[in-house]
Ligand binder design. Sequence first.
Ligand code: OGA
Ligand code: MN
Length: 312
Amino acid sequence: MELGSSAASQRRCQDGSLAGRQSLGQGMGQGVAFTVAPVGRFMAVEIGGIDLAQPFDAAVRDALLDALVEHKILVFPGQQLSQEQQLAFTLRFGEAEGHVVRDWRNQRFGAVHTVSNLDPEGKPTTDLRSNGNYFWHTDKSYHDIPSLATILHAIRLPPTGGDTQFADMVRAYEALPEAVQEKIAPLRVVHSWQASRANTFNRPATAEEIAEQPPVVHPLVRTHPVSGRKALYIGKHTSHIEGMDVGEGRALLYQLLDFATRPQFLYAHAWKPGHLVMWDNRSLLHRASGDYDMAQHARLLHRMVVRGTRPY
Ligand code: OGA
Ligand code: MN
């Protein structure tokens, strides 16, 4: 039977050259086959022929995970999932994350929550409760055990703009001069909720939040637990480099971020109604682009996050 990694590893979206049908054998229920077609220059694929609102078996799940590792971003067009269905889909890939962040009523977000520019009355606003999504980051790197994948489902979209941008941290790492790779190999970075808030001009973290989410340390270069590829692990949640002068460490982190988010490492996802996008936080940075008229148009997505493993 042609399953999982063998089938998925035949796919390459380098230069947009290969598309194909992923064969999953017979008698496997929904999702006996799904299609994989490149949408980006070197990462991101569109997965067709599968209805995520319906159950599918473990072989399909494993093949999707293989595709996620290889292509980093999976775009599922034409989906219509209720929040319960999105939760069920997410739980196929692991544990759902809890959240530090609170909504307008200061209530903690549920496992399925919304990302939007709407105020408490449901009106579009530029006065966002939190603008952290507009800065390059990898989800929950201020956790000891950060996120494996994030799953966003488009519910309401502005007429134009509002892309989510992704930067490939494997490509960026590999493009660094060897001397820089050697210099940064042993470095460890402090990430924290407190630093994240400060880095993004948000209201400062509260004492309660800091106590709940103390700083954590991760390698600057992490090894993907499945592919074994090395990737920069940086972004807006970083504070400083352990054992290095704080200013010097922060300058290096910003220099690396500047390099790693050059256009040649980017894919911008242009949302369409019905899109569900799942991405690999272990090898990407991402941000919302905010290039639409936020005072006029609603942008609302349902979000879930799958817990990952400790970076090494
Ligand atoms: C997120 C996020 C970006 C966007 O949900 O983690 O960063 O484009 N979203 O909404
Ligand atoms: Mn995010």
